[in-house]
Design a protein around this ligand. Structure first.
Ligand code: WTA
Length: 635
């Protein structure tokens, strides 16, 4: 179902409100099913046994591959842009993708992978990753993609949490001028992962040297490339887990969100088609890595379910120069470009000279995702990339939501700088006041509060892997009967939503979620540090940066403070990955805590941002005097 104009948008919004079952059924009917559902949905936010299309059976790859082979087998499905721009773009048709996915699926079967098994993928952005995701789904295995920038420890933690038995990796990954030894990281991780039986290795850099463990390690070229190109789809229940994706929360270690097959499929295509409004020959480029939800829903599933052409980029925006994105847009004729505010700000900081002589005339729609986009970055994107012709869709959503929730629909509903604007038909966001009550917003009024969603939608994650209780505590406890997003938001007089950022202990660094608890955990392992508090504060390029306040074992000189910052950052790279880097570290004698022992991060944030004027009520602190000490030291 693709909405065509504003009138239809309002019609669909009303239809989804008044007849939700009918609304979602129309969307479901556009897919191929092995067996029909006996109900559209069941469950609610009190019971937390949410199901969509129960009773149905399907295979998502049949909807991505076989379905499109009937109408456009030779259409380009995937364009691969290698790290090195002198490598020609690699174009893979729907037919070829089908054949390569079937080969990989057969190879996985030969390795012993069965329906319901969990396959972990730890790779760079190469077609083999894309193919592996689909191959797992082809045979009913659940895939778990771990971002190739995570450390051995992080990888091991995710594998052990899911008890995954199979791993697919590359020997190396190529990013900018770096060659990252993925297989060496895997070897280190697997020392602590007894569950893993087999490792399949794709060779991205065959000149490099890797260690092999006989009986455990197999090469892609010896297995996948020799396999049959036909593999019948394995049909699964609508609620069969399609993938697990780990993301950070405000407490504890990263949690594995479980997305199930039918609901995710319907939601990925519905949101993709309506937000981006692609025409048949358009080319979609989402710059996200497959290690994140954006790469799942809008590099892979959304575009392919809709039968379009999607671009996969191996490199980074600044290699070999900050003109890379713009050169590729011109080279390929990209029509729809979807990236993160962090990338926009980083390129904006390099100046407009990199855009000189770039045509960018193929572009029709621009998108933004992952963090709030500030007005300056929005204007720059609109003026210098979109040449003031292209609407910007600022898409708000989360790993948990599976797909876009609040966004303009390109050329249908208006784009407004810094506003995600309106919810998609079928999505019911509301704001909560300080007393935990829903704010009854009316036209002409403004409102601000914590953002919740009212009714289940097909794309919502169904659980946290192995810990349904944590799922319920995390998302449904604060506001019973509602899904709590962890974000704050405002609504303007016309009903447009503006996301103001996280209100929990999650920091959004360059669009990547990092839990302060996770970082504190690592910091506290440093021999000099007894206790620490980590906060996120505004950062010109990254959106937010991490800052630490630490209580030391013994008194420490200012010189040692810098040394500890460096050591802590090395530790963080080793334990989490390079994305978890501390910008500043302040040694303190105490931390501002409430009587119940909770660190008042709000105060620390203000101190880092040099905003000492309005620290709010500090009278409930155990040790109110510490605040002045922290300010004095900061000054
Ligand atoms: C933030 C990424 C403002 C938000 C898809 C959310 C945004 C978190 C936007 C989810 C946006 C994402 N405007 N904030 N357009 N998009 N966020 O799970 O805080 O990696 O809760 O999913 O990113 O991050 P996640």
């Amino acid at each position: 179902m693709q909405i065509k104009d504003l009138g239809q948008f309002h019609e669909m919004t009303n239809l989804a409100k008044n007849s939700p079952e009918f609304f979602w059924e129309q969307i479901a009917k556009t897919f191929v099913w092995k067996k029909n559902w006996h109900k559209i949905s069941s469950g609610n936010f009190n019971q937390l046994d949410i199901k969509w299309f129960p009773g149905a059976e399907l295979n998502i790859t049949e909807n991505i591959l076989d379905r499109h082979l009937k109408t456009h087998p030779q259409k380009c499905a995937l364009i691969f842009l290698a790290n090195n721009p002198s490598d020609l773009p690699l174009k893979i048709s729907y037919q070829e993708l089908h054949d390569r996915v079937c080969q990989a699926a057969n190879a996985l079967k030969n390795l012993g992978v069965k329906k319901g098994d969990i396959v972990t993928l730890y790779m760079g952005m190469v077609p083999e990753l894309f193919i592996s995701v689909l191959a797992a789904a082809r045979i009913g295995a659940t895939f778990s993609v771990v971002f190739g920038g995570f450390s051995a420890q992080s990888l091991a933690g995710r594998i052990n949490n899911s008890k995954s038995q199979f791993l697919i990796t590359s020997d190396f990954s190529l990013r900018g001028d770096k060659i990252i030894p993925l297989k060496a990281v895997v070897d280190e991780a697997l020392k602590e992962c007894p569950s893993v039986k087999s490792v399949l290795i794709h060779q991205r850099y065959p000149d490099g040297i890797i260690d092999l463990i006989s009986g455990r390690d197999f090469f892609w070229k010896d297995t996948v490339e020799k396999a049959q190109t036909i593999c019948p789809p394995e049909y699964v229940d609508a609620e069969h887990p399609l993938f697990i994706l780990y993301t950070s929360g405000s407490t504890g270690s990263p949690k594995g969100l479980v997305h199930t097959t039918a609901g995710y499929m319907c939601y990925a295509q519905y949101t993709f088609s309506n937000v981006f409004q692609m025409a048949a020959d358009d080319i979609f480029w989402c710059t996200a890595d497959l290690g994140w939800i954006t790469g799942h829903s809008y590099v892979t599933f959304g575009p392919l379910l809709a039968g379009h052409t999607t671009v996969m980029f191996e490199g980074i925006p600044t290699f070999p120069t900050p003109a890379r994105f713009w050169e590729e847009i011109d080279r390929l004729g990209v029509t729809h470009f979807y990236t993160a505010p962090t990338a926009i700000r980083a390129l904006q900081a390099q100046g407009t000279k990199w855009l000189e002589n770039k045509k960018l005339d193929s572009l029709k729609v621009l998108g933004s995702v992952g963090e709030p986009i500030n007005e300056e970055a929005w204007e720059w994107y609109h003026t210098h990339v979109g040449l003031k012709r292209c609407p910007i869709v600022d898409t708000w959503w989360q790993t948990e939501t599976g797909g876009i929730m609040i966004s303009a629909l390109a050329n249908i509903t208006p784009s407004i700088p810094t506003f995600a604007t309106l919810p998609l038909p079928g999505i019911f966001p509301v704001l909560m006041d300080a007393d935990g009550r829903e704010i009854a917003w009316k036209k002409g009024q403004e409102a601000e509060g914590n953002l919740c969603i009212k009714h289940p939608w097909p794309g919502i994650a169904r659980s946290i892997f192995g810990d349904h209780n944590r799922y319920s505590e995390n998302y449904f406890k604060a506001y019973p009967g509602y899904y709590f997003t962890g974000d704050g938001a405002k609504i303007d007089a016309h009903g447009n939503f503006r996301i103001t950022g996280r209100v929990d202990d999650v920091v959004n660094v360059s669009g990547h979620r990092i839990g302060t608890a996770e970082v504190e955990d690592v910091l506290n392992r440093h021999p000099f540090i007894v206790e620490s508090a980590v906060i996120g504060a505004a950062h010109a390029i990254k959106g937010q940066g991490l800052h630490a306040f630490c209580i030391p074992q013994k008194s420490i000189s200012p010189n040692e403070e810098l040394a500890i910052l460096n050591e802590v950052n090395q530790l963080l790279t080793k334990e989490i990955g390079a994305i978890a880097k501390i910008e500043s570290l302040q040694i303190v004698t105490d931390l501002p805590k409430t009587r119940s022992g909770k660190i008042m991060r709000r105060i620390l944030r203000k101190i880092v941002e040099n905003d000492f004027s309005n620290l709010g009520d500090t009278s409930t602190l155990l040790n109110p005097l510490i605040v002045q000490q922290l300010i004095d030291k900061r000054k």
